[in-house]
Design a protein around this ligand. Structure first.
Ligand code: NDP
Length: 308
């Protein structure tokens, strides 16, 4: 058996050497007194930015605790958090992305928090990632004008040509984000789906419309900083009466059946596409995880451990 464990708590950008791959027989210890423990066979591993927080030593965790150094993670002790897969007519890996946590995040943050209407102007940052690519497509389904940003030409092309965004820009080539957004949204932004934070959020605030809505999903640009950047333009929230609301995917788990009713037919009719970036084998796990913080992944980052 192989396992990947964390060697040490991380400060700054994570490195592959922060993790260790070991081979040998692994003893899974069920904690005493625990009932309903489920042992999972891992097929696909989902790599998500929130895992960075778990790699730090957190005295006051925001919503998930730090990983324990060297610990193994295949025992699930809260089986109510597991979702039974009912429809197997789609690839299994869809349940880690469009039909899983990233899908529900995009759905809840956009539809439930921002109530987009036809013709509204929507901006999505980190738009080629697992969540962003779906937010843009969900916004297009209701007839919004959608603009996204990403960190390479390849990703910008993907946004425009595969995901149907109206337009997109490479934020690494346009350091004046305020000017870029001003050009893209001459009439301002109605809805901003926040994935990045920092300078991006500051620039967006300057370009929001009156009574705009911001779904605060994450701030990946801040996760590896020892001291987070400040946000300077928050007064815009007051003057423009902007509603900013944070949320977690888990807030919408109870809506999963409703979400499936919307998404499953759209997938089958080819109205929603989703791109994944698959690394083969557990040996690739450390580089895959590190890569999402440098933008190496194109689409949802997965590691395939076994096919069945
Ligand atoms: P992915 O792992 O699919 O993609 C991450 C992408 O973020 C990278 O490919 C990179 O693309 C971009 N990125 C990395 N560093 C920076 C940076 N410093 N500045 C700008 N962009 C950067 O991400 P997800 O779609 O899974 O997650 C997107 C956001 O949503 C994250 O902030 C995450 O924490 C949050 N999230 C929140 C959830 C919730 O429940 N609230 C649930 C799931 C995700 P590029 O090449 O474009 O830079």
């Amino acid at each position: 058996n192989k396992q990947v464990t964390l060697n040490n708590y991380v400060t700054g950008f994570p490195k592959e050497s922060d993790m260790k791959i070991t081979t040998g027989s692994i003893k899974l210890k069920v904690p005493e007194g625990s009932k309903d423990t489920v042992l999972l066979k891992n097929l696909y591993l989902s790599y998500d930015p929130y895992m960075r927080g778990r790699m730090s030593k957190l005295d006051k965790p925001l919503f998930v605790a730090s990983f324990k150094l060297g610990e193994e993670y295949s025992l699930i002790q809260s089986p109510q958090l597991l979702i039974k897969i009912l429809d197997t007519n789609v690839p299994l890996s869809y349940y880690t992305r469009i039909l899983g946590m990233p899908g529900l995040t995009a759905y809840g943050g956009l539809y439930e928090l921002c109530s987009p209407k036809k013709g509204e102007y929507v901006y999505v940052s980190a738009a080629s990632g697992a969540v962003g690519q779906l937010v843009g497509q969900f916004a297009k389904l209701v007839g919004c004008y959608v603009f996204g940003s990403a960190g390479s030409k390849e990703k910008v092309d993907l946004l425009k040509n595969r995901f149907g965004f109206d337009d997109a820009f490479n934020y690494k080539e346009e350091p004046d984000l305020d000017a870029a957004l001003n050009r893209c949204f001459p009439e301002g932004i109605d809805i901003y789906f926040e994935n990045v934070g920092g300078k991006m959020l500051d620039a967006v605030l300057l370009n929001m419309r009156i009574r705009g809505r911001i779904a605060v999903c994450g701030m990946i640009s801040q996760y590896n900083l020892e001291k987070p950047e400040g946000v300077h333009n928050l007064m815009q929230v007051v003057g423009k009466r902007i509603r900013m609301e944070g949320f977690l995917a888990g807030d919408f788990y109870h809506q999963y059946p409703k979400f499936l009713e919307l998404v499953m037919p759209a997938i089958k009719e080819g109205k929603l596409v989703n791109v994944e970036d698959i690394a083969e084998g557990l040996e690739k796990a450390p580089s895959a995880l590190v890569g999402i913080f440098t933008g190496q992944n194109v689409g949802k980052q997965l590691v395939v451990v076994a096919r069945e």
